[in-house]
Design a protein around this ligand. Structure first.
Ligand code: SAH
Length: 219
């Protein structure tokens, strides 16, 4: 037990997290608000104990049920892509998974609404947010492709699974709102930022990414 505690201190030390932040900065993440959120969020609490020693590597890790916690670089890139000058009000996430991306968003937005199609993952993320005192995150076990109509419109929507985004979801964006989503075309995924303007939607390609698939229905 003592050994584990000593290892625990090493893993969670500010130095370890700062190394991850330095790596993300070197890879092109420039927004200080995003880097501060990464520095302040204990990623080891979002993975199982067996993987906690790898929590501050810049890689995706398994979280059970065939799903993954996203790579920190990708979390930072998506978060940076939705931030404007003003503080975010409401943000919707599709694909709660471990809850890590939602926790990062929660430090930068007033309220985060997150949806997960696998009941077990939704429940454990809810518990995690509760024990970490993250009271501005609301989790719903549902097919996120339908969005969260009763809370719309959103300032931003973050989709953390790759697929085809239905138009209904885009229509839950406020005017000036931004969605980031990995879109599947053939075997490849591209991270697309879509901005809702007064006349329609503007699309921008942010590069190649790899996410688990966006699936219909609930489990
Ligand atoms: N944001 C997560 C990444 C999890 S991986 C994190 O930071 O850990 C993507 C998640 O999307 C998986 O848990 C998967 O079950 C979920 N998912 C896939 N399709 C979905 C859908 N239609 N609605 C809600 N969740 C979905």
């Amino acid at each position: 037990m003592a050994g584990r505690q000593v290892q625990g201190i090493g893993m969670t030390s500010e130095k370890t997290r700062q190394r991850l932040v330095d790596r993300l900065r070197a890879k092109g993440i420039r927004d200080d608000r995003v880097l501060a959120a990464i520095a302040a969020t204990p990623r080891h609490l979002f993975v199982g104990e067996a993987l906690s020693s790898r929590a501050y590597e810049d890689s995706a890790l398994p979280i059970g049920r065939g799903q993954t916690i996203s790579q920190p670089y990708v979390v930072a890139l998506m978060t940076q892509a939705i931030l404007g000058e003003a503080r975010l009000g409401k943000v919707l996430e599709i694909g709660t998974g471990s809850g890590y991306q939602a926790a990062i968003l929660a430090s930068l937005a007033e309220r985060v609404f997150t949806t997960e199609r696998i009941g077990e993952l939704a429940r454990s993320a809810r518990q995690r947010f509760h024990s970490m005192g993250l009271h501005n995150i609301f989790v719903r076990h549902c097919d996120g492709l339908t969005g969260w109509p009763s809370q719309a419109p959103f300032d931003a929507i973050v989709v953390t699974a790759g697929g085809v985004v239905p138009e209904d979801l885009l229509l839950q964006l406020a005017e000036g709102g931004v969605m980031v989503a990995p879109e599947q075309s053939g075997k490849h995924q591209r991270l697309i930022r879509t901005t809702r303007t007064c006349t329609g939607f503007e699309r921008e390609d942010l590069g190649a990414v790899i996410f688990v698939p966006l699936l219909e229905g609930v489990e």
